[in-house]
Design a binder for this molecule. Sequence first.
Ligand SMILES: *[C@@H]1O[C@H](CO)[C@@H](O)[C@H](O)[C@H]1NC(C)=O
Ligand SMILES: *[C@@H]1O[C@H](CO)[C@@H](O)[C@H](O)[C@H]1NC(C)=O
Ligand SMILES: *[C@@H]1O[C@H](CO)[C@@H](O)[C@H](O)[C@H]1NC(C)=O
Ligand SMILES: *[C@@H]1O[C@H](CO)[C@@H](O)[C@H](O)[C@H]1NC(C)=O
Length: 269
Amino acid sequence: MSRIRRFETKLFRIRNTYPRSVLILPLLLLIPVWIYSRDDRTQAPAPLKITPQLLDLFRQKLNSSHRNADIERVWGQIIEKFIPLPLDSFVGSHAVPLLASILLTNESILELGCGNSSTPMLHNISFTFNRHVLSVDSNKDCLSAFSSIMSTKSLHQFQHTLDWSAIGNDRQWSVVFVDNTPEKRRIHDIIKYAYRSQLIVLHDSESAAYMYDKASPFFPYQYRYQYLQAYTEVWSTTNAELIEKVRYLSELTVQWQLPRMTIKKKDTV
Ligand SMILES: *[C@@H]1O[C@H](CO)[C@@H](O)[C@H](O)[C@H]1NC(C)=O
Ligand SMILES: *[C@@H]1O[C@H](CO)[C@@H](O)[C@H](O)[C@H]1NC(C)=O
Ligand SMILES: *[C@@H]1O[C@H](CO)[C@@H](O)[C@H](O)[C@H]1NC(C)=O
Ligand SMILES: *[C@@H]1O[C@H](CO)[C@@H](O)[C@H](O)[C@H]1NC(C)=O
C-alpha cells in the first residue's frame, strides 16, 4: 500500500470516528492566528513616542557627514507628526527647514507673521518639547484666529504689534522665522536679529521684493531649500555646524521625495 493510500484510509477512519464539526473547529481557530501573524509582518514598525528625551538623543547622534538609519527614521516620524502632508507648494515650503532649525536648537522661537503652515506647527512643537514660542502679527484678526483656538496657558504666547522694532528685544532667540508684512520691513528684522539669534529662517527668498540680498553679506553661513517654491533660506552669522545640520535634514526630504502638492500647469492649446 502506498503512503498516500495509507494516509487516506487513516483520514477516512478519523472522519468516521469524529463528527465533521469537531474536525473543522481547530481549523477555524487557526484563521485569526494566521491573519494576526500576517498583519504583524506587513505592518511598519510601531511609531516612536516623540519626547524631549528622544530629541536629545537625536541631536547627540546626528552627524551631517555620516548617514544614520536611526536618525532618518526619527526625522521621518517627527515630520509626520508636525507637518501636514502633502507639503503646500507656496505657504508650506518653509515647514521642513523651520522644523529642522527648531529641533537642532534649545531655546526660544520667534515667529514674525502668523500663518496656517507655521503657527499650528509651532504650537505643537511648543507643547511637545516645552519650547517658548512668541507669535507676533500686525493683523489683529489673523492673530486672534490662532490665539483663540490655542491654549494661552502654554509656553506659546501671542502678541499684536504695529511697531516691529518694539518686540523681541528682551532675549536671545534660537530661531527667528521671518514671514511678516509689510514686505519692506523684513530686511530690517533680518539685520536686527542677525546677532540676537542662532538661526534665521526666511520665507519667499526667490522674490527680489524683500531685498534679502542686502542683508546676505552679514551671514556667512546660509542654506537654501528649493524643494518647493517659494524657496526658504536658513541663515546664521556664527554657526556653520547648525547650518550644515539643517541642510542635511532638509535635503533628506528631497531624496525621499516627500509628498508635495503639484503646481497646476496651464493647459496648452
Ligand atoms: C561625523 O562623521 C565623520 C565621518 O564619518 C567623522 O569623521 C566625525 O568624527 C563624526 N563626528 C562626530 C562628532 O561624531
Ligand atoms: C498637532 O498635534 C495634534 C496631536 O498630536 C494633531 O492632531 C494635529 O494634527 C497637529 N497639528 C499640526 C499642525 O501638526
Ligand atoms: C542644546 O543644549 C545642550 C545641552 O543642554 C548643548 O550641549 C547644546 O550645545 C545646545 N545646542 C545648541 C544648538 O545650543
Ligand atoms: C487658515 O485655515 C483656516 C481653516 O482651515 C481658514 O479658515 C483660514 O482662512 C486660513 N487662514 C489663512 C491666513 O490662510
